[in-house]
Design a protein around this ligand. Structure first.
Ligand code: ANZ
Length: 805
C-alpha cells in the first residue's frame, strides 16, 4: 500500500464512476450549470492541447458539481470534414469507417484521462440522426428568408477543390486555412446564410458579453466591421443621358475636394463604359487586380457633377474600388485620402485641399494626403467649420445625401463541393426551381462513398436522380454539402436533449440549460465558430424556438501547450509530447495536475518533464499522507496556538482556493493547496500535533484537489473514511472566520515594508537578528514564511493590540 500505483487506481475509479453513473445529469435540473469544451474534430489523435482544454472544463465541472449544481458536461464529435475524406482516399477506406475508428480511439483516450462526461448525451455530427437537423435547420431558415442561392464569386482552393468561406482564407497571402494553398476565385451558384441580417445585433450583443475575453470581442467587432458614413448621389453624364450614382463616404466633410469619381470594375456603369471604349474594356478584363499593391485604373468618357461645388469631374474605373464595399462607387479626394492621392499623382488628376489642421500648422497636400479631421478651407459656406460639424451640415444640405452604415461582414457561404458533409436538402426541378426537401423526407442520407477527383456526389448518378417534391417531375438533387461549421453552430443546443426527434432540440430543455455558463476552447475559433453560433442562436430565437439570444455567457480561450523548448509542439520539430505516454508513465491525474498548475488557462506554457515529475511526487505525498491520517480522530476542544494556526490556515486555504476555482485559476488553487500540504507535513511531525486538526486539513486538501486529480482524490477519500465518492461530496467551506487571518497577513506585509524602509534609510547593508515581539503565537508560521520570502527583513513588531484594532 505504500506505493502510488496510478494504473490500478485510475482504472478502478473510472469503472466505479461509470457503474454509479456519477456524471449523468437529469433532463430537468434544479440548478442547471452548463460547462462545455469545444468538441474535438475527429482526427483520431489527442494532443496536449486537447488534454489541457478538457482538463480545464472537467475541473470546473467537477468543482461545480461538488458545489451542489446539476452540471451538464457533455462530449461529442465534430466528425464531418475534409481530412476524413482525404484520409479515406489515402488509405483506401471510406470516410465513415475512418471516422468511426477515430472516434473509438478518442473516446478511449478521454476515458483514460478520467473526464467526467455524461456519455448518454454523446453526439456525432456525421450520424444521420444529427445531420438530419442540419437539413431541417437549412429548410426552416430558408422559409424564414435567411437562406438564399445566388451566383457569387467565391474563394476557391485549387488543392482541396472546394469553396472556402472568407473566414477560411488566411493572411495577406490569402492561403487556404487547411492546406496553405493560395486561394483563387470562381463564379458559382452558392447557398448563403444571411448572417448580415444580424450584423447590428452581432455587434451590439458583444457589449453585454462581459464573460468573454475582450480580445475575442474585439476580433468579432472588427470582423463585423461597422462603418458609419453617408451615401451621396453624384450625377454622372453619359452619351446615353444622365444617371445618379451613389457613393459611400465616411468623410463627406471633404466633398468640396472630390476631384474625380471612381467606379469598381464590375459596377454596371463601368460595364457600360467598357462597351463603348476598348481601353476601358481592356482594363476591366485584363488589368484590374483588386489585390494589387498599386491602385490602377482608366479614365472613361463620362463625367460627374460634384453636388457640393457643381464642378464637372472625370469618372474613372479603378481596381481599388471594391464591388462589395459600400455601393461600388466612391468620390475621390486626393488631398485627404492616401489611395486617392496616389492614384491622382499617377494619373495627373488635381489635388484640392479642403481641410486644414486645426492649429497653425500647415499641410502640404501635394506631397501627401492630410487624412485627419480639421477645419474646412476652400469649402464655400462651410469654410471655417470643424470636420464633425461640416459632416452633419453637409449630410443635411446635399440633395439626396443620407446617413448609411457599411459592414465588412459578408453572408456565410455554406456550399462545399465535397462528399463528407451534410447533403444540402434541395432538389433542382426544371419547372419549380430549387425546392426544399420536405421534413418527412429528411434526412437526405449520403450515398456510398466513391473515390473520384471532383465532387463525389455529382458522380453518384443513382442518388442524384429523384423527383420534384412539388410537381413530381424528374429532378436532380443538389450535390453540394454544407460547410461543417454549420454542424458546430448549434451542437450545444442538441446536448440539452440529444435524443429529441421532433426538432433539433427540445425548446424547454434548451431554455433551461442555455446559455452555456463556461465555454472553453482555442482562440482560433474567435471569429468563425463563435460568430456562426451566435447567428444561429439568434435565428432560432426569432423562430420562437429558444428564449436566449446568446449561446455562451462565459468564454475562456485557452493558451497553447508549447514544447519544452518554448515553441509550438509540432511533428517537424519533433518536440511533441504524446498524452498516452504521460498517462502511462505518470498517470492521468499527473497529466491533469501538471497542465492545470502550469499556468492560468488563458496563458501558454512550455512542457516540462521536470514539472510532470514533481506533480507526480506531490500526488504521491498526498496519498501517503491520507493513508497515514488517523481518520477517527475527533474534536478537540480548545486548540493550542500551533493547532489553531493550522486550523486557520486550512480554513483560509479553503476560502482562497474556492475563489480561485470560481475564477478558473486552477494554478493558484493548486498553489494554495500545495502550501497547506507542506504545512500539514511539518505540523504532523510535531510531538504535540492534534490528530483531528491534521485529519481536517488533509480532508480539505483532498476535496480541493478532487476536481483536478480526481482518481487519487477518490483513493485518499476512501483512506480518510469518506462516504461514497469524493466526486459527489460537498465542496468544503471554511470552518472558522478567517477575516482576521487576512488582516494579520496584511499587517505583516505592512510591517515588512516599514522595516525595509528603516533599513534603507539607515543604509544597513546586511541586517540580521530577527526579533518578533508579542505576535500571536499561531502566526509563527506566517511570519516565518514572510521572512523566508524576503531575506532582507530583519524582523517585525506586532502587538496583540494592533491586531485587534
Ligand atoms: C471620400 C473620402 C475622403 C474617404 C477622405 C476617405 C477619406 P473605411 O473608412 O475604410 O471603412 N470607399 C467607399 N466605397 C469604397 C469601395 N467600394 N471600395 C473601396 N473604397 C471605398 O472606408 C470608407 C471609405 O472608403 C470611404 O470614404 C471611401 O473613401 C472609400 F478624405 O470617401 B471615403
Amino acid at each position: 500500500q505504500a506505493t502510488y500505483d496510478h494504473h490500478a487506481i485510475e482504472q478502478h475509479w473510472q469503472r466505479e464512476w461509470d457503474d454509479a453513473d456519477v456524471f449523468r445529469v437529469p433532463d430537468d435540473a434544479d440548478d442547471p450549470e452548463y460547462v462545455l469544451a469545444m468538441f474535438p474534430y475527429t482526427s483520431g489523435q489527442l494532443h496536449m492541447g486537447h488534454v489541457r482544454n478538457y482538463a480545464i472544463t472537467d475541473a470546473f465541472a467537477r468543482y461545480r458539481r461538488m458545489d451542489g449544481e446539476d452540471v451538464l458536461h457533455p462530449m461529442g464529435w465534430d466528425s464531418f470534414g475534409l481530412p476524413a475524406e482525404n484520409a479515406a482516399n489515402e488509405r483506401d477506406t471510406n470516410p465513415r469507417e475512418w471516422t468511426e475508428r477515430c472516434i473509438d480511439q478518442m473516446r478511449d483516450q478521454f476515458e483514460a484521462l478520467g473526464f467526467g462526461y455524461d456519455w448518454e448525451r454523446e453526439i456525432t455530427t456525421c450520424d444521420p440522426d444529427y445531420y438530419k437537423w442540419n437539413q431541417w435547420l437549412f429548410t426552416e431558415f430558408r422559409d424564414a428568408g435567411l437562406v438564399d442561392r445566388r451566383a457569387a464569386t467565391v474563394n476557391w482552393c485549387p488543392s482541396c477543390e472546394t469553396v472556402l468561406a472568407d473566414e477560411q482564407v488566411e493572411g495577406d497571402d490569402e492561403l487556404c486555412w487547411r492546406c496553405d494553398t493560395p486561394v483563387t476565385e470562381r463564379d458559382l451558384d452558392q447557398w448563403f446564410f444571411e448572417t448580415t441580417a444580424y450584423a447590428d445585433e452581432l455587434l451590439d450583443g458583444l457589449d453585454e458579453l462581459d464573460g468573454w475575453p475582450s480580445n475575442v470581442r474585439d476580433m468579432q467587432r472588427n470582423w463585423v466591421g461597422r462603418t458609419d458614413g453617408v451615401e451621396v448621389p453624384f450625377t454622372v453624364h453619359t452619351p446615353d443621358g444622365d444617371e445618379d450614382v451613389v457613393a459611400f463616404t465616411t468623410r463627406v466633410d471633404t466633398i468640396h475636394g472630390a476631384t474625380y469619381f471612381a467606379l469598381a470594375p464590375d459596377h454596371p456603369l463601368a460595364e457600360a463604359a467598357a462597351d463603348r471604349d476598348d481601353d476601358v474594356a481592356h482594363f476591366v478584363e485584363e488589368v484590374a487586380d483588386p489585390d494589387g499593391d498599386e491602385p490602377q485604373g482608366v479614365e472613361t468618357e463620362f463625367t460627374a457633377t460634384n453636388p457640393a461645388t457643381g464642378a464637372e469631374i472625370p469618372v474613372v474605373v479603378a481596381d481599388f474600388v471594391l464591388s462589395d464595399v459600400g455601393t461600388g462607387a466612391l468620390m475621390a479626394v486626393p488631398a485627404h485620402d492616401d489611395r486617392d492621392h496616389e492614384f491622382a499623382q499617377a494619373h495627373d488628376l488635381p489635388v484640392r485641399q479642403v481641410v486644414a489642421p486645426a492649429g497653425d500648422e500647415d499641410a502640404d497636400v501635394e506631397a501627401a494626403a492630410y487624412t485627419a479631421d480639421g477645419v474646412l478651407v476652400n469649402a464655400g459656406d462651410y469654410t471655417g467649420l470643424d470636420s464633425e460639424t461640416a459632416r452633419e451640415e453637409l449630410t443635411a444640405d446635399i440633395d439626396g445625401a443620407a446617413s448609411a452604415v457599411q459592414y465588412q461582414l459578408r453572408d456565410w457561404g455554406v456550399s462545399r463541393q465535397r462528399y463528407w458533409g451534410t447533403p444540402i436538402p434541395i432538389v433542382h426541378c426544371e419547372s419549380c426551381g430549387p425546392v426544399s426537401v420536405p421534413d418527412d423526407d429528411l434526412p437526405v442520407e449520403l450515398p456510398e462513398f466513391v473515390h473520384t477527383t471532383g465532387n463525389p456526389l455529382d458522380a453518384a448518378e443513382d442518388w442524384k436522380q429523384t423527383t420534384c417534391p412539388d410537381c413530381g417531375a424528374p429532378a436532380v438533387r443538389e450535390t453540394d454539402t454544407m460547410d461543417t461549421f454549420l454542424d458546430s453552430s448549434w451542437y450545444f443546443l442538441r446536448f440539452a436533449s440529444p435524443a429529441f426527434d421532433d426538432a433539433p432540440f427540445d425548446t424547454q430543455r434548451a431554455n433551461d440549460w442555455l446559455p452555456v455558463d463556461e465555454y472553453v476552447g482555442g482562440d482560433e475559433h474567435a471569429v468563425m465558430h463563435l460568430l456562426y453560433s451566435r447567428f444561429v442562436t439568434k435565428a432560432f430565437a426569432d423562430l420562437d424556438m429558444l428564449e436566449h439570444r446568446e449561446p455562451f455567457a462565459g468564454l475562456t480561450t485557452q493558451g497553447m501547450v508549447l514544447g519544452e523548448d518554448g515553441t509550438k509542439m509540432s511533428k517537424s520539430k519533433d518536440n511533441g509530447v504524446a498524452p498516452e505516454r504521460i498517462v502511462d508513465e505518470y498517470g492521468a491525474d499527473t497529466a491533469r495536475l501538471f497542465t492545470l498548475r502550469a499556468a492560468r488557462p488563458s496563458k501558454a506554457f512550455p512542457w516540462s518533464e521536470e514539472g510532470v515529475r514533481s506533480s507526480h511526487t506531490f500526488l504521491e505525498r498526498l496519498l501517503s499522507m491520507a493513508r497515514a491520517v488517523n481518520a477517527d480522530a475527533t474534536a478537540d476542544g480548545d486548540l493550542d496556538p500551533a493547532a489553531e494556526y493550522v486550523a486557520r490556515e486550512t480554513a483560509a486555504t479553503v476560502q482562497a482556493a474556492t475563489t480561485h476555482f470560481d475564477d478558473m485559476e486552477f494554478n493558484r488553487a493548486v498553489q494554495a493547496v500545495d502550501e497547506l500540504v507542506s504545512l500539514l507535513v511539518r505540523y504532523r511531525d510535531r510531538d504535540d500535533a492534534a490528530p483531528a486538526v491534521v485529519a481536517r486539513g488533509v480532508t480539505a486538501a483532498v476535496k480541493l484537489l478532487a476536481p483536478i486529480a480526481p482518481h487519487v482524490a477518490e483513493e485518499c477519500w476512501t483512506a480518510l473514511g469518506g462516504d461514497g465518492f469524493v466526486a459527489e461530496a460537498a465542496w468544503p467551506t471554511p470552518d472558522r472566520d478567517v477575516s482576521d487571518h487576512d488582516r494579520a497577513t496584511s499587517l505583516i506585509e505592512q510591517t515588512r515594508e516599514d522595516v525595509r524602509d528603516i533599513v534603507d534609510t539607515a543604509g544597513i547593508e546586511n541586517p540580521t537578528g530577527v526579533d518578533v515581539v508579542t505576535a500571536p503565537e499561531w502566526m509563527y508560521d506566517v511570519l516565518a514564511r514572510a521572512k523566508a520570502a524576503d531575506g532582507n527583513v530583519v524582523g517585525s513588531v506586532m502587538s496583540d493590540q494592533s491586531l485587534q484594532q
